[in-house]
Design a protein around this ligand. Structure first.
Ligand code: GLN
Length: 491
């Protein structure tokens, strides 16, 4: 099979071709690695390429497949993963100078699961430093560029994972989502992404940002690919105290012919109000019209709690982050300043030199909201707001099967546009953060293009463990449209 043809396939299609002996895992892996190498100069979407290990694993996968010992739908298929997911013996930088030389002594649970399923990890994707950001510009390794437009950000923080898929370099990737970092880059890059229910995918080996919000999830060319990888990585894990036994595997066959007739869809008015680009709003509403024409019941409702989304999220996220990041002290592992005079000086210098601006800003914010004089005014209030947000969504899900809105208020911005104004960047997270605060799942799928030809994403939100419904609705949309198939390179 020609390289070009291999790269045009989805993850499931590669799996099928390998099974049908039209393709080997080694050839698929070679094609993907060549493409990543070739395009990385332009997009800077990966930090580390795992060429030798990947080819060795692919050869092993081929052997096992030929012997009939490995036969899952994704056996032998290449995947790239975000660089905050630990890979034993391979650099895991988290996009930070402080972890520039960090080689984990163990695999994250998701990595072990991918390997068990016979998937081949080919690269570690670029990301915002410690997953803090919405543009992938805060990476110590330089920004990632969006294949859809010159000098455009891919979104973030999983911008590398999204751009890799958009550039057809690798059909499927893993990202992580603390406040939108799978969904928003998926939206900016015209790919599909799933932020799973909190607890359904193990966080063991995911470098912590905000532990009560973080979730790993897949990003890919279609919702079928995404759902299939979710099936591989989900499940209870004794190594993660917050992992849940209730995660439900998605029935992939059932996704293919799902009918939205009778489906109850709620549209929160606040998601379509002030600050949302006209093109974004119109595309999402058009998508909803399509569901309506197929028999779905659509209703608008009010969700005023959206006003509290950004402050609540940033208080909780920064509070947890400042505590999680206290482990980087220049002693245990990671960057250690060579200039230090004594222990305290070592802490100060290692952290001052090792962390970037955005990370430092959040450490300061987090310490501030947790300090004794301000705890009640900020952190406690944020927890109270969290309870109200949960109530608002519970009420919505008592009426609707799915809540639909945009993923982000805008399409991809130009590099530098939001980095220079952090508050503006934070406000761009308005549509995604509520989901993480209460731990429910959400899907992001392409649903149109703006006047400049940049992709627009639609967000499908559901109650806890409703991945089957969300992916079914997304699949019904992808059966009827081709937004997810259009290619960035065609521009
Ligand atoms: N953009 C949000 C932030 O900067 C979300 C990041 C994420 O989900 N990792 O915190």
């Amino acid at each position: 099979m020609e390289t070009k043809e291999i790269l045009s396939l989805s993850a499931l299609e590669i799996g099928e071709c390998i099974k049908a002996k039209k393709l080997t895992s080694v050839d698929a892996t070679k094609a993907v690695i060549e493409s990543i190498k070739e395009q990385n100069g332009k997009y800077n979407f990966v930090i580390t390429i795992l060429e030798d290990i990947a080819l060795e694993q692919a050869a092993k996968a081929d052997e096992l497949i030929n012997a009939g010992k490995l036969n899952g739908p994704l056996a032998g298929v290449p995947i790239a993963i975000k660089d905050n997911i630990c890979t034993k013996g391979t650099l895991t930088t988290c996009g930070s100078k402080i972890l520039e030389n960090f080689v984990p002594p163990y695999d994250a649970t998701v990595v072990s699961k991918l390997k068990e399923a016979g998937m081949i990890i080919v690269a570690k994707a670029n990301m915002d430093e410690f997953a803090m950001g919405s543009t992938t510009e805060t990476s110590f390794f330089g920004p990632t560029y969006n294949p859809w437009g010159e000098n455009r950000v891919p979104g973030g923080s999983s911008g590398g994972s999204a751009a890799i898929v958009a550039a057809d370099a690798c059909p499927i990737t893993l990202g992580s989502d603390t406040g939108g970092s799978i969904r928003q880059p998926a939206s900016f890059c015209g790919v599909s992404g799933l932020k799973p229910t909190y607890g359904s995918v193990s966080r063991y080996g995911l470098v912590a940002f905000a532990s009560s919000l973080d979730q790993i999830g897949p990003m890919g060319k279609s919702i079928l690919d995404v759902a299939s990888v979710y099936n591989v990585i989900s499940g209870e894990d004794s190594k993660d105290q917050t992992s849940s036994p209730d995660a439900i595997k998605i029935d992939i066959e059932a996704l293919k012919n799902y009918n939205v007739e009778g489906l109850k869809i709620g549209l929160p008015k606040e998601y379509f109000g002030q600050g949302i680009d006209e093109d974004v709003k119109n595309s999402v509403l058009e998508a909803v019209e399509l569901f309506k024409s197929k028999g779905a019941i659509v209703e608008e409702f009010e969700m005023p709690i959206v006003d509290y989304a950004i402050p609540t999220y940033y208080i909780i996220a920064c509070a947890e982050a400042c505590s999680n990041l206290s482990r980087y002290d220049g002693v245990k592992y990671g960057y250690s300043s060579k200039e230090a005079q004594d222990l305290v000086d070592l802490y100060i210098k290692s952290r001052s030199e090792g962390f970037g601006m955005e990370v430092k800003r959040r450490i300061m914010l987090g310490n501030f909201v947790l300090s004794s004089g301000y705890y009640d005014a900020y952190y406690k209030k944020a927890l109270q707001a969290k309870a109200l947000i949960k109530q608002a969504f519970d009420k919505a899900f008592a009426k609707y099967d799915v809540v639909i809105g945009p993923v982000a208020p805008t399409t991809s911005l130009k590099l530098g546009e939001s980095l220079s104004d952090p508050l503006k960047m934070y406000l761009g997270d308005i549509c995604t953060v509520l989901i993480n605060i209460i731990g429910i799942p959400a899907v992001s799928i392409p649903c149109g293009f703006d006047k400049q030809g940049l992709p627009i994403g639609m967000q499908l939100m559901g109650k806890h463990y409703s991945e089957q419904t969300l992916c079914s609705v997304a699949s019904a949309f992808q059966n009827e449209t081709d937004y997810h198939i259009r290619k960035a390179q065609a521009k």
